[in-house]
Design a binder for this molecule. Structure first.
Ligand code: AMP
Length: 295
């Protein structure tokens, strides 16, 4: 696997691949790779002639300089982890490669970016949409692979690719979990041993609530119970816990169509997110006291 740090070198390589008729798969990451990232790489290698994994800790998608500074940077071990998969390139641009002096363009996706992480982290999805668009173009990607772990991000990227007529096909991949159910995340490394034991409660609570709701239980009650269970387990605060429609991410207060439960909560100073599907009930009576919100 070749490590490339400049757009120019990357362009020369992708042009030679194009001349040979090769398809190009892209896996954008911020590094600190784990089995979740590697599942995307594995799929990309199966489905494309050439694969580029990118490693760029994108300052524009962080809300605080402290969070950006604390983000793990482990390029050498990331490169080692990728070796068995057969990716062709690890592309590691620096800040000026991505945002040279005078850079003044922002891609901003409305609709699916509202609420959830878009509400809790203002500007976050503008940063994501801008960097992802640049990476698609720099890598000349036919397909790009994203995890359902960041489900709202996946929907934002699908939207922007469609709206901007990008040729890159967006491929969503299932969330990879630890044996105890905790969704894999680079942020899990920042949890102390005690909080790490508590963290899997997220997955249990979401699964329980999804089961109750998909069997016809009241959404508001199920979410209240889930919030209480998280706080009792030791979570500090909950940014959001909501049922949203899939894939348009509209707030739902009854399960009359397929949806997903979305959670962001703080534990030990670390913000953890997760989401699970909720099957829509064939017919749900609209209770008088829980009218549907306008779409
Ligand atoms: P990140 O490095 O956190 O920006 O993530 C890079 C890509 O890996 C994104 O598309 C994430 O959704 C995906 N990803 C992160 N964690 C997981 C996971 N546990 N399972 C599947 N995909 C993941």
């Amino acid at each position: 696997m070749k490590i490339i740090r400049t757009k120019a070198e990357l362009r020369a390589l992708t042009q030679s691949w194009r001349r040979a008729g090769d398809s190009i798969g892209l896996v954008p990451t911020m590094g600190a790779l784990h089995a979740g990232h590697l599942s995307l790489v594995d799929r990309a290698c199966d489905e494309n002639d050439r694969v580029i994994v990118t490693l760029f800790v994108n300052p524009r998608q962080f809300n605080s300089p402290e969070d950006l500074a604390k983000y793990p940077r482990t390029e050498d071990s990331d490169a080692e982890k990728l070796t068995p998969y057969g990716a062709d390139v690890l592309y590691v641009p620096d800040g000026p490669q991505m945002y040279p002096d005078g850079f003044a363009t922002t891609i901003s996706v409305t609709g699916v970016s509202a609420g959830l992480c878009g509400g809790a982290r203002p500007g976050h999805f503008d940063g994501v949409a801008t960097v992802v668009t640049k990476l698609f173009l720099q890598c000349d990607a036919d397909r790009a692979y994203f995890g359902e772990k960041d489900y709202q991000q996946l929907q934002v990227v699908i939207r922007l690719a469609e709206d901007l007529d990008l040729k890159t096909e967006i491929v969503g991949c299932p969330t990879v979990r630890e044996d105890d159910g905790l969704a894999m995340s680079s942020r899990n490394l920042r949890l102390g041993p005690g909080p790490r034991e508590i963290a899997p409660v997220i997955a249990q609570v979401l699964d329980d609530a999804a089961r109750v709701i998909s069997r016809g239980g009241q959404v508001a009650q199920a979410l209240d119970n889930a919030r209480a269970a998280l706080l009792t387990a030791g979570f500090d605060t909950i940014d959001y816990l909501e049922l949203r429609s899939d894939p348009d991410l509209k707030l739902m207060n009854r399960a009359d169509r397929p949806g997903r439960l979305f959670l962001a909560a703080w534990l030990d100073g670390v913000r953890l997110i997760d989401n699970v599907p909720v099957a829509g009930l064939a017919s749900v009576p609209a209770p008088e006291d829980h009218p549907l919100e306008p779409a």
